[in-house]
Design a binder for this molecule. Structure first.
Ligand SMILES: *Cc1c(COP(=O)(O)O)cnc(C)c1O
Length: 402
């Protein structure tokens, strides 16, 4: 039967009925090891008891009141995020793209409030991904997402990542901000060197620009720090987060300093659903765990060990895996075979991984993944690479025999 859903996704022919930790289970009881975590969303895995408890308890009390009233759980989550970061204020949304829209509007309004409404342009970086709204596809700059949707939203200029000459040329009297992911996720797990982030910060300070970090994928413990930019010692003026922050419940946030947010006065921005009691309850529960004793240190240690195992796999399968990328539990394999084939072969072996740009597959396990799960994933990746290697070399062998 044909689907009633808009066919914008090429979905794998598989549906899950329930999940537990890093495992997903189909209706027939087939178990899959989930190293995609719903694209870095299920930070605490599936059916985490603390999140289930927080959501169901809140669900019995109150779901939605709108932002016309105070929402104590949101005040609490905002306070905790502010206390744990560079930021002074938080704006809750429901997704990464919306958090970025808030960040973009805030950067423009900052300059308008300072008497420079002409400073509205934002410089982004090749390979970026910032979401699928009209403004965020323009920010991401990828033709495949922009083409056919009418005039590209004005106000975004893009330069090659790491090209500081091009960047300095691009900065002009209309530039408001730079916007960057500390590690490009969709773009192929490309880590922006810490020295580059420091140079971006210095350029922003020199030219009076705001630095926006898109931590939608890198945030909430994914790299072994609460936010990935912390590794570089650089702080942004504005930061977006989403994906892992709700552990699977739709939630995004735009965090900023008081200074950067100076233009965002009453009435300038809004959302009907953002910051609703259900999302706030779950967001607080996620933080309870991620900020708990030793949690982030464990992510860091586990990530290092996984990366070492992946490097060993690369060495033993050079015809399939050419490079290991990433930090913490945000790792990628650059491949010498099509990444879609690798993803499908891994799925045949009941391991879920996610394709990214630049012919990379992403490993984004839940942060609560166990050592045993990690070892199992490495074994399944090994088997996947072995199979693809055999398929790749088979025609050559036949050729040699003939
Ligand atoms: C996923 C992602 C987004 C978009 O988030 P949505 O929730 O899909 O709108 C934005 N930026 C980055 C870096 C992402 O990885």
């Amino acid at each position: 039967m044909t689907s009633a859903l808009l066919p914008t996704y090429a979905r794998a022919p598989i549906a899950f009925e329930r999940g537990e930790g890093a495992w997903l289970v189909t209706r027939d009881g087939e178990r899959y090891l989930d190293f995609g975590a719903g694209i870095a969303v299920n930070a605490l895995g599936h059916a985490h008891p603390h999140l289930v408890e927080a959501l169901t308890t809140q669900a019995q009390k109150l779901w939605h009141t709108s932002n016309l009233f105070e929402i104590p759980e949101g005040e609490r989550l905002g306070r905790r995020l502010v206390d744990a970061t560079f930021a002074d204020v938080a704006f809750f949304a429901n997704s990464g793209a919306e958090a970025n829209e808030a960040a973009i509007k805030m950067a423009r309004k900052y300059h308008a409030a300072g008497g420079h409404p002409e400073r509205f342009r934002i410089i982004t970086f090749e390979g970026a991904f910032h979401g699928r709204t009209l403004a965020t596809i323009a920010a991401g700059g990828q033709a495949k997402y922009i083409d056919g949707f009418g005039p590209k939203v004005d106000g975004f200029d893009q330069v090659p990542t790491g090209d500081f000459d091009a960047l300095e040329v691009a900065i002009g009297p209309e530039t408001a901000a730079l916007m960057i992911e500390p590690i490009q996720g969709e773009g192929g797990l490309r880590v922006i060197p810490h020295t580059d982030l420091r140079r971006l910060r210095a350029l922003c300070d020199q030219h009076g620009l705001l630095l926006i970090m898109d931590e939608v994928q890198t945030g909430v413990g994914r790299t072994g720090r609460l936010f990935a930019h912390e590794w570089s010692g650089v702080t942004p003026d504005i930061m977006s987060a989403a994906k892992g922050i709700g552990g699977g419940f739709p939630l995004g946030v735009c965090l900023a300093t008081t200074e950067a947010a100076r233009g965002m006065t009453a009435g300038t921005h809004g959302t009907t659903f953002g910051g609703n009691p259900l999302a706030m309850a779950v967001g607080n529960a996620v933080l309870d765990v991620v900020l708990g004793n030793g949690f982030l240190a464990r992510v860091e240690a586990l990530g290092l060990r996984l990366k070492q195992s992946l490097a060993a796999l690369r060495d033993s399968h050079p015809d399939v895996i050419t490079e290991v990328r990433g930090e913490g539990l945000m790792l990628g394999l650059k491949l010498a075979v099509p990444n879609t084939e690798f993803v499908a072969a891994a799925r045949d072996g009941h391991l879920l991984v996610i394709p990214a740009g630049d012919n990379v597959v992403r490993l984004l396990p839940p942060l609560i993944v166990t050592d045993v799960d990690v070892a199992e994933a490495v074994a399944r990746l090994d088997a996947t690479a072995t199979r693809l290697e055999a398929e790749k070399l088979a025609p050559k062998r036949q050729g040699a025999a003939a």
